[in-house]
Design a protein around this ligand. Structure first.
Ligand code: ADP
Ligand code: MG
Length: 297
């Protein structure tokens, strides 16, 4: 594994380079050492992840990207303690992970709110389970609900909310447990393109205001570049670390940056890692139902 080799951005953007230097000096919040995961299937053993190692620093925003089936969900499930590794180690704040714990929060793509609880009750759930008295849990829940901009909806039920609002509640609910790391597995994957962009901006706003380290899984390159400090690129079959790339796009991020040279350069670089030359898809066979037309090509 290498750390990024994008053309001389350090000279072009000393401020961005200085920020990365500072980030690297922060304590390591998440350390993954030589993680391998094999699944036993009726057809034999499938290696989903092989010797995956990387480190994430406090309050860093990391995106994990790679083609479907390369082991992204398996990785995040192991990090969250929902799945065991075949070998290797995961450390959060220097402590080995051996199961789910309140130091790690999770937001999935599917809406996982309790449908019979209101927004406020959903967010209070974690703190209450941890023994926080009702009045304090309610006060905390209100604070998180306000942070995700849903104060007017605290007494609404999940079915009364849009997809984007539900995911904002899911984020509030995860943060209410005050985790050190927030794992997000394609959390905006089911949203329409416009809502998805709004959610990305929301998430960055939340991240600015909370002491949280984010590991965000996506297969959307623009989303990864827009959000991340660094992008962990995984190769498929078996999932291995291809590169851990620094994203030299200045912060604060804004959608207008999507069309600026630093964004396009990093996007192209990561795209090249995911789709190496020669890996172009063969054309899908399509039954011809009309005569060839030189103007329709
Ligand atoms: P991604 O999230 O990147 O699409 P996954 O982590 O879901 O990839 O899957 C990685 C690989 O591991 C795939 O080949 C998948 O079929 C396999 N896999 C995942 N979960 C299981 C399981 N419970 N049993 C067997 N194989 C699995
Ligand atoms: Mg997945």
């Amino acid at each position: 594994m290498t750390t990024s080799t994008l053309p001389d951005y350090r000279e072009q953007s000393p401020e961005v380079a200085a920020r990365f230097e500072r980030l690297q000096q922060r304590p390591v919040t998440l350390e993954v050492r030589d993680l391998t995961k094999r699944f036993a299937t009726p057809k034999g053993s499938v290696t989903a992840l092989e010797n995956v190692s990387f480190r994430v620093h406090q309050r860093e925003f990391t995106c994990v990207i790679g083609p479907s089936g390369c082991g992204k969900s398996t990785l995040v499930r192991i990090l969250a303690g929902l799945e065991t590794a075949s070998s290797g180690e995961v450390l959060v704040g220097g402590e080995p992970v051996s199961g789910p714990g309140p130091d790690r929060g999770m937001v999935f793509q599917g809406y996982t709110l309790f449908p019979w609880l209101t927004v406020k009750e959903n967010v209070m759930f974690g703190p209450k389970m941890a023994g926080t008295p009702d009045f304090a849990a309610e006060r905390e829940a209100r604070q998180w609900i306000e942070m995700v901009g849903l104060s007017k909806f605290e007494n609404a039920y999940p079915h009364q909310l849009s997809g984007g609002m539900k995911q904002r509640v899911a984020i509030a609910r995860a943060l209410a447990n005050q985790p050190r790391v927030l794992f997000m597995d394609e959390p905006f994957g089911a949203l329409d393109a416009q809502t998805r962009c709004q959610m990305q901006e929301y998430l960055l706003e939340i991240w600015k205001n909370v002491d949280i380290t984010v590991v965000f899984i996506t297969h959307d390159l623009d989303e990864a570049v827009f959000l991340a400090d660094r992008i962990l690129v995984l190769d498929p079959n078996p999932g291995r670390v291809r590169e851990f790339v620094e994203v030299p796009v200045p912060r604060p991020r804004a959608p207008s940056q999507l069309f600026e040279p630093p964004f396009m350069a990093i996007r192209k670089h990561v795209d090249g890692l995911i789709h190496p030359p020669g890996s172009e898809k063969k054309e899908a066979p399509v039954v011809r139902l009309a005569a060839p037309d030189p103007d329709v090509v």
